[in-house]
Design a protein around this ligand. Structure first.
Ligand code: CP3
Length: 349
């Protein structure tokens, strides 16, 4: 098996820097669009054969060192009892928004196999079809980012409903976070049981907090999930499954997140990786951090950025190359293919 990615997660020596791309299965690929013309996005997520097919597309097309399960962070939220729709011009819509005790009480902590069995089935198919070609990453939203979608009812600009709940009704917020955390913990365990070989927690909106508020209102739930997963894996003698913690706008929060127990920290592009590594501590493994828009540069421009990132990452204990956020739908696929080649070539010299 190509285990370069898993070795890098553990901070072990690797022959070259492994690379995968957040949102590597998606609209920038015409092969993805061909599948999407047949079914809507949620149906795609819930049809294991199709979800597995689009998961493998970027492995074939780009030559990345890991596959990431095709799904969405809002799938377990629907399983908790919210209505979920994806509307082309607006993105996800969740209803009714969770703003009071009533709407919270209507939500359950679902059994992952019973309510999201299609995800576990996708993972089982993928492990067979990938035949250990590359490892499979499972994922979930981190509790806070998941909560923002539930409280706002979708995407938000200023997260005012979320912050209002935190500051006006902290008990309600804590009860919601508890329910989400239990849901996500069970969901990730089920993914690992089904065959996920690493997991990533996406905290896309973590950067909206001051460091002190992040430490109080987001971080403890992440730390809780990671330590619960570690204890569970140990009790089953199940070996080590790396946990990657990605936070959007990571720069202000590095001193906070470094205590959460993750194996790898996903970093966005607003901070240099050498700076991030220094502030995380010398034993940190980092993932990132090319600006997704840099894939619109001419080839030599992309190469300059790759060289810069690889150079800066050499001060970390380990590095997995990635973008600082998901690949943009208009991105020319040939530039993504070239990026993967560059990372492999330039880091393996
Ligand atoms: O990385 C991968 O290739 C795996 C699949 C994946 C998707 N979403 C597929 C998707 C993953 C890991 C996600 C995570 C996700 N989903 C996050 C966290 C990471 C991030 O990007 O910030 C968030 C916040 C969501 C919620 C979500 N899903 C939004 C806000 C949207 C609409 C915006 C958009 O990009 O269209 C989605 C839809 C979505 N999720 C698409 C894909 C491929 C596009 C759906 C389509 O085909 O029309």
């Amino acid at each position: 098996m190509n285990d370069v990615f898993l070795k890098a997660c553990r901070g072990e020596a690797v022959p070259y820097t492994p690379v995968w791309i957040m949102r590597q299965a998606g609209r920038y690929l015409q092969q993805y669009q061909a599948v999407r013309r047949k079914v809507d996005f949620l149906t795609l997520c819930k049809t294991p054969e199709l979800a597995a097919e689009v998961t493998i597309q970027p492995v074939d097309i780009l030559g990345v060192d890991a596959a990431i399960l095709f799904s969405d962070i809002l799938i377990p939220v629907e399983a908790m009892g919210m209505e979920l729709e994806f509307i082309d011009s607006r993105g996800p819509v969740l209803s009714p928004p969770v703003r009071d005790e009533d709407s919270l009480n209507r939500l359950s902590v679902p059994d992952p196999e019973e309510k999201t069995g299609f995800v576990m089935q996708t993972i089982r198919i993928l492990r067979k079809e990938l035949q250990d070609r590359v490892p499979l990453i499972g994922f979930s939203g981190a509790p806070f980012t998941t909560a923002t979608y539930m409280i706002e009812g979708g995407t938000s600009k200023n997260f005012l409903n979320t912050k209002k709940m935190i500051f006006r009704s902290p008990e309600l917020y804590a009860a919601l976070m508890e329910k989400i955390t239990r849901t996500i913990t069970a969901y990730l365990k089920a993914q690992i049981e089904a065959g996920a070989q690493a997991v990533q927690l996406f905290d896309t909106w973590g950067g909206i907090f001051s460091p002190a508020d992040f430490r109080e209102y987001a971080l403890p739930y992440v730390t809780g999930i990671i330590s619960e997963l570690r204890g569970w894996l140990e009790s089953r003698n199940a070996g080590h499954v790396p946990v990657i913690y990605y936070v959007g706008e990571t720069g202000g929060l590095l001193e906070e997140i470094r205590s959460c127990g993750a194996d790898v920290y996903g970093i966005d592009w607003r901070i240099n990786l050498d700076d991030a590594a220094r502030r995380l501590g010398s034993d940190a493994v980092v993932q990132g951090n090319l600006d997704p828009a840099a894939l619109f540069l001419p080839r030599h421009g992309i190469e300059g950025r790759v060289r810069d990132i690889l150079g800066r990452a050499s001060s970390a204990r380990g590095h997995i190359f990635n973008l600082g956020h998901g690949v943009l739908p208009e991105t020319p696929p040939e530039n993504v293919i070239a990026l993967v080649e560059m990372v492999h070539h330039l880091s393996g010299e």
